[in-house]
Ligand binder design. Structure first.
Ligand code: XMP
Length: 308
């Protein structure tokens, strides 16, 4: 990579040349890549870039507010709350790939509606090098995409040649807060891939609370930068527990904390035992639907990082 300020200057010129005074949209997820792609493109296009944040109801606790607070002052930011549409379509679905398909389809529908409304001709994407090197190495950098209802957009990928560490450097150079550029990756389908078995509003809410406790405790201990991801999975298994003198029957939550360079492989590092015990105690004390917490100790491979 060139030095960060030269890279930014060159990208701005390139984007201006491609988009001119056209209108562009980007799906801003709040993850590092789409966030950096958004603020970089904004430097070139100003308010002609509309950053669309779709709330699918599968976000972490406080995430919608965090993304809104971070980007509303920086971008032409559009918050779309489509959570009911997503959650209604997902109710009762258990197959992980089916969940992903439903989420992907609704996401594109919602996104296309907004893109059409604002008259977009360009779609900015936060694609980075490993995304295309690992999948379709020969995919062209200049191409169009036809959305299902007929809208055709030209793709612009301003950080396509960068690796994650470089994306973070560019984000910092563009003035994004440190905690934003260092965020752990979060899967697009969100909590849907962290709830095993049939999805329901109740299970998603339980999973969200457990995740919030994991994040809070890991960040309290301060080991987040040693971990690639740290989260809770709500399993479909119900186990017997005891609350007071009464037998109880509740969910099993699994804690998943892995170290990794690029998510292709991952390992479970040594973890502070006091932290693990605190998380377990808090989850069973604060979430009545959960009776048991266990810790995943499986590396990738053979396991994947997510459970679904
Ligand atoms: P796995 O579970 O395959 O995950 O080891 C590797 C990395 O990819 C993330 N992941 C996803 N990200 N959509 C995404 O945007 C998905 O459907 C998806 N599934 C997994 C996962 O969080 C990990 O960082």
């Amino acid at each position: 990579m060139l030095n960060p300020s030269d890279y930014i200057k060159e990208s701005i010129e390139e984007i201006k040349k491609t988009v001119g005074d056209g209108t562009a949209v980007i799906g801003l997820s709040g993850g590092v890549d789409s966030s950096v792609a958004s603020v970089l493109t904004k430097e070139a296009l100003g308010d002609n870039l509309i950053a669309v944040f779709v709330d699918h109801g599968l976000l972490r606790e406080g995430e919608a507010e965090y993304v809104q607070k971070t980007f509303e002052p920086r971008l032409n930011f559009r918050y779309v709350n489509a959570s009911e549409e997503f959650l209604d379509a997902l109710e009762g679905v258990s197959d992980p790939e089916e969940k992903r398909k439903i989420i992907g389809k609704i996401f594109i529908d919602v996104f296309e509606r907004v893109a059409e409304e604002v008259g977009a001709k360009f779609l900015v994407q936060g694609t980075i090098a490993p995304d295309w090197i690992e999948s379709e190495g020969d995919i062209k950098s200049h191409h169009n995409v036809a959305l299902p209802h007929g809208l055709v957009l030209e793709i612009v990928e301003p950080i396509r040649e960068l690796y994650k560490d470089e994306v973070r450097i560019i984000g910092t150079e563009l003035g994004l807060p440190e905690e934003m550029v260092k965020r752990q990756p979060y899967p697009g389908p969100g909590l849907a891939v962290r709830v095993t078995g049939k999805l329901s509003h109740e299970k998603i809410a339980v999973c969200r609370k457990a995740n919030a406790i994991v994040e809070e405790e890991v960040e309290k201990v301060g080991i987040q930068e040693e971990l690639w991801q740290y989260f809770a999975v709500l399993t479909d298994t119900k186990v017997t527990g005891v609350k007071g003198d009464i037998r109880d029957y509740g969910y099993l939550v699994v804690l998943r904390m892995v170290a990794s360079m690029d998510a292709m492989t991952a390992h479970v590092p040594e973890l502070p035992w006091d932290m693990v015990k605190t998380i377990s105690r808090r989850i069973t004390a604060e979430i009545p639907e959960v009776t048991h917490v266990s810790l995943s100790v499986s590396d990738k491979p053979p396991s994947t990082i997510e459970f679904a």
